[in-house]
Design a protein around this ligand. Structure first.
Ligand SMILES: O=C(O)CCC(=O)C(=O)O
Length: 186
């Protein structure tokens, strides 16, 4: 079993491969993706999500956001196959792309637990500015912080049942970070 073990809790596991794709260029990845600013409604108030996003894969809905079906572009296929080979699984059929323009952009605590997403393996690849990624147990709140840098690969294996994750705001960060999460549809 390779990778640095970040968390191993019964069935759930999280592994980290720092710099696995460090040869990639953040700027090229930013240009490749058709970014969208989504609006979300929470407790009756609507505001811009604190990040830009894009979705490739079957039609998908999370929170109040609807993504139509969209083919994984050819530029993502090579990375998809490198990631799935590394994690010894079939190629992923969906990718959520997140662009955090600076440290004001963030993602709150959540699980990727929509019924159509297979929680067995979700893979995350990061480019650009180093940011903290947090994982915690939903009940005990016991957790870990992983510092994700340029080119890092992270696996979340059966991690969506009892754990949640977040990318907290870091007001001193002034430069962008891009993250791709590769998912399997059931
Ligand atoms: O940007 C990250 O590392 C987190 C992304 C994430 O939590 C998600 O796509 O569900």
């Amino acid at each position: 079993m390779d990778g640095v073990i970040v968390l191993n809790d019964g069935n759930a596991q999280c592994r980290h491969w720092p710099g696995r794709f460090a040869a990639e260029s953040l700027d090229e990845w930013i240009e490749r993706v058709p970014w969208r600013q989504n609006r979300i409604t929470v407790y009756g108030k609507t505001y811009d999500e604190p990040r830009l996003t894009a979705w490739f894969g079957p039609a998908y809905r999370y929170s109040s956001i609807d993504w139509p079906a969209s083919q994984i572009p050819v530029e993502l296929k090579e990375l998809n196959s490198l990631v799935s080979n590394k994690l010894d699984c079939r190629e992923f059929d969906a990718v959520l792309c997140n662009l955090y323009r600076d440290g004001q952009d963030a993602m709150g605590w959540h699980r990727d637990n929509e019924p159509e997403i297979d929680p067995a393996v979700i893979a995350s690849v990061s480019f650009g500015t180093r940011r903290d990624f947090k994982i915690r147990h939903r009940v005990t709140k016991e957790g870990q912080t992983v510092s994700l840098g340029h080119g890092d690969l992270l696996s979340m294996e059966q991690l969506q049942t009892h754990h949640e994750h977040a990318l907290p705001r870091r007001t001193r960060v002034l430069t962008p970070r891009l993250n791709l999460t590769f998912r399997h549809f059931r």
